[in-house]
Structures are given as structure tokens and as C-alpha cells.
Design a binder for this molecule. Structure first.
Ligand SMILES: [Zn+2]
Length: 445
């Protein structure tokens, strides 16, 4: 009888749609849960690791781990979607006299002002202006930029100055165009593998004098090198930092995998084609009304990102092996109890996550995990009596290689926490997982 019950249980689990789009958000009756509840007798509530009958790679997770929608922050559940911090530094390039860019005496303050403004904008996503009367959600972006010096280097601020007649300038077009040159990055880059290097360069003085050259604020994201070149800050060093910050965020968007949104080939259905007008006009043209405010267009607003664009950046940041993931400040690898979460109802984690605190599945809570989860050092997953944790062929580890404390399951009289294995979950950076419930004694106070 026992054999039949276990066989039936795993057969039904293999058939259960654990990774549907609908269940990527909070849900109260996922099919998996129904199946598990229907066939698992109480004495088998803790299911120990078994060999999967499916051919999936152990720990790989499910198809939803590579779906954009799984990485779009849910405003109702931001506790489970912490803000990501991207490490950046700045390089100000000057001629050999230390001139021809933002004056050195104000450059540090200027960089910090613009960074502050860029982060303010990233915390305040705009409603999309196109298509007109759209109902595209204005989701939180959950990304910030973090000035990052070299660890252990005294007086390093993460803002550097270089005087170099040969490499200091930026020419965006014409016969002397040099914006794609890599030598300046290779010579002066600092921590290029882990920190996004932002080079602040002047337009060449000869270009600025030319009537045919627009010495505006412009830039180039060089994804392969881990660097951004930006020109034009020096033209008006007192320009509103919020205006300059738009350009910085646009280039960061490129670095995190976004393409221009008017191209119709940016991989997002929620960025509509449009005539790419810069400003509103009053001349009877299409620019009287059809103005985009998307960050990845060319326009004066540059403040909106769509759910798909946000999902794309976070999927890149969450996927192991992608270059951009190296830019993440790995503060999530260390425990921060303020970010511990308690699951009290039914929740499906359909995208990879980097948790910063403990995870507790409370009485009545069901946590269904389909993708990689990084637990912080010393962090623990706890399943309380009456709580249920379902692991769908995913990996749980610490992304920095620190040790985490594993999964603890509690029982109280006849009630137990349940852990269900679907496929072959993998645990790394922790002692062998013991899922045998231990008695829970509630505190008296
Ligand atoms: Zn661009």
C-alpha cells in the first residue's frame, strides 16, 4: 500500500504544471499543491530525495526560470524581490594639463550628484506615455547604482582622474570618430570584471568649435568591455543633474541588456513603435501627441521602463554565468535579518532569487520554488508545522560560496511541516539536508 501511494504521488507530481505563467505571482490554489494534498498521506509528508523519472538536469529548475515575466517585480510582493545594487566607478579624462573636462575641483561632487539623481530616477519609474491611454503597469525597477572603490585601497573613492593627451577625448562622428576605441578602457579600467566603469570624456575641442558637430550629452555602452563612455558633461558643468542622469541611466540600461525601444526588435511587446519625437510640439505634426518617455528611446523624458524591460534586466542579473551578474554588489550573500521573510499564504517563486535573510514558511503557507535560490550566509529555510515547501528540481546555494544553514522542518503533535521534492533539487554550500521534523516548542511570551 505504501509503495502504491508513493508511486502515485510521484507520477502525479511529474504531470503537475508547476511552472505556468499564471502561477508566477501569488496564487492560492496551484495545481501542484492540490495534487500533493490529495495523495500524500500524513506519514509521508516529508519526501526524501529520489531519482527523477524526468530527464531534466538536477538543480536546473524549470522553464519559467528563463521567462521574462518571472523577473518582473510584483509590487504586492517586494519583500521577495529586493533591490539590486550595480557596482559602478567613474573616470574623468583630461588633457595633459588636467583641463578640457569638468573642472577637477568639482568633478567628485558632480559625479555624486548625478549618481544620486540617477538613483532617484530608478526609484521613481514613470507611467509609459505611449501608446496613448495605455494600461501598461508602472512597476518598481528595483535597481540602484552603487559607487564602488577598490577594496582595501586607502583613499580610493571609486572616482578616478587621468591626464592623457592621446586618449582623453570623444569624437562621436566624422573622420576622427573614436568613440568605439577600446584603448582608453583597457589602459585605465579598474575592476572591469565586477564594476561597471563609466568614463566621462569631453568632446574634442576642435569638434566643439565646428558648426557641424553637436556637442551634446551622449554615450556608448561597451558591454563586452564592462564600460560606458559618456561625453558632454563638460559643456555645461552646472546643468541640472537630473537631465544628465537620464543619459547615464540609458547607457546603464544598454549594459544590462536593453536595446533601443523604438526599433521593434528589442524583444519586448510592451514598447510600442513611434515616430521618436524628442519634445512635444504644437505644429500639427505627429509630435504634438506621440511622444515616448521610455528610457531606452531618444526623448526629453527618458524616465519610463516597461514590465518587459525591467524583467529583462533582472533576468540577466539573476542568471548565473551572464557577464552582467558580476556587476551585482553581492551584499545579498551576507545575512541581513531585516530582509527575512515569512510566507503565510501560497506563493510561487518562478524566477531565480538572491535572498538576504531567513525564509520561513508559516502554518498555512505554501512556498513553491521553481528556480535557483541563493540563501545568505547563516541563513536558513524553516518550514513550520502546517507549512509546505515544494522544490521543483531547483538549486539552493549561497552565490558567494558561504555556508548557509539548510532547511529545518518542525512538527507539533500530529502536525508537521512538509517538504516536497519534485525532480532532483540540489543543495550547495550547506551541510547535508536533514528533513526529519523536529518538535517545535512555541515561546511562552
Ligand atoms: Zn542608446
Amino acid at each position: 500500500m505504501k509503495t502504491i501511494a508513493i508511486y502515485l504521488f510521484f507520477t502525479l507530481l511529474a504531470l503537475a504544471p508547476t511552472c505556468s505563467r499564471e502561477s508566477s505571482q501569488r496564487s492560492t490554489d496551484s495545481e501542484t499543491t492540490k495534487v500533493a494534498e490529495r495523495v500524500v498521506p500524513q506519514e509521508y509528508s516529508v519526501i526524501l530525495p529520489h531519482k527523477s523519472t524526468k530527464s531534466a538536469t538536477p538543480g536546473k529548475g524549470e522553464a519559467c526560470c528563463s521567462e521574462n515575466v518571472s523577473y518582473q517585480p510584483d509590487p504586492e510582493n517586494l519583500d521577495y524581490f529586493g533591490t539590486r545594487h550595480i557596482r559602478v566607478n567613474f573616470h574623468f579624462m583630461y588633457d595633459s594639463d588636467g583641463k578640457n573636462n569638468v573642472p577637477k575641483e568639482i568633478a567628485v561632487k558632480r559625479a555624486k550628484q548625478i549618481l544620486h539623481s540617477a538613483n532617484h530616477k530608478l526609484r521613481n519609474n514613470c507611467k509609459m506615455s505611449l501608446p496613448q491611454d495605455n494600461d501598461i503597469a508602472r512597476l518598481p525597477i528595483q535597481i540602484q547604482l552603487s559607487l564602488t572603490p577598490r577594496p582595501g585601497v586607502a583613499d580610493d573613492t571609486g572616482i578616478y582622474f587621468h591626464d592623457d593627451d592621446d586618449m582623453y577625448f570623444y569624437v562621436k562622428r566624422g573622420k576622427n570618430e573614436n568613440r568605439g576605441r577600446q584603448d582608453v578602457i583597457k589602459k585605465y579600467g579598474v575592476q572591469l570584471d565586477t564594476v561597471m566603469n563609466i568614463f566621462i570624456m569631453p568632446h574634442h575641442p576642435d569638434s566643439v568649435k565646428s558648426n557641424n558637430y553637436k556637442a551634446d550629452i551622449t554615450g556608448l555602452a561597451m558591454r563586452g568591455l564592462g564600460a560606458i563612455k559618456i561625453a558632454g558633461w563638460h559643456i555645461n558643468p552646472n546643468a541640472a543633474s537630473s537631465e544628465v542622469a537620464k543619459n547615464l541611466n540609458h547607457e546603464v540600461g544598454h549594459m544590462l541588456g536593453l536595446n533601443h525601444s523604438w526599433t521593434r526588435s528589442d524583444g519586448c511587446d510592451d514598447t510600442p513603435p513611434h515616430p521618436n519625437c524628442w519634445h512635444y510640439t504644437k505644429n500639427g505634426s505627429v509630435c504634438d501627441s506621440l511622444i515616448s518617455n521610455n528610457l531606452m528611446d531618444y526623448n526629453a523624458g527618458k524616465c519610463a521602463l516597461t514590465p518587459c524591460q525591467i524583467g529583462k534586466m533582472h533576468m540577466n542579473l539573476s542568471t548565473e554565468g551572464r557577464k552582467v551578474r558580476n556587476y551585482l554588489d553581492p551584499r545579498f550573500c551576507k545575512f541581513d535579518g531585516r530582509n527575512s521573510v515569512i510566507i503565510t499564504d501560497s506563493l510561487h517563486w518562478a524566477g531565480a532569487k538572491d535572498m538576504r535573510g531567513d525564509v520561513t514558511v508559516a502554518d498555512g503557507g505554501i512556498l513553491n520554488i521553481s528556480c535557483r535560490v541563493s540563501m545568505p550566509q547563516f541563513g536558513q529555510i524553516t518550514v513550520m508545522p502546517g507549512g509546505k515547501l515544494i522544490l521543483n528540481n531547483n538549486k539552493i546555494h549561497n552565490a558567494c560560496g558561504y555556508e548557509w544553514k539548510g532547511i529545518k522542518v518542525y512538527k507539533q503533535k500530529k502536525r508537521r511541516g512538509e517538504v516536497v521534492f519534485n525532480g532532483d533539487p540540489v543543495f550547495e554550500n550547506t551541510a547535508p539536508i536533514n528533513l526529519e521534523p523536529v518538535t517545535f516548542y512555541p515561546s511562552k511570551d
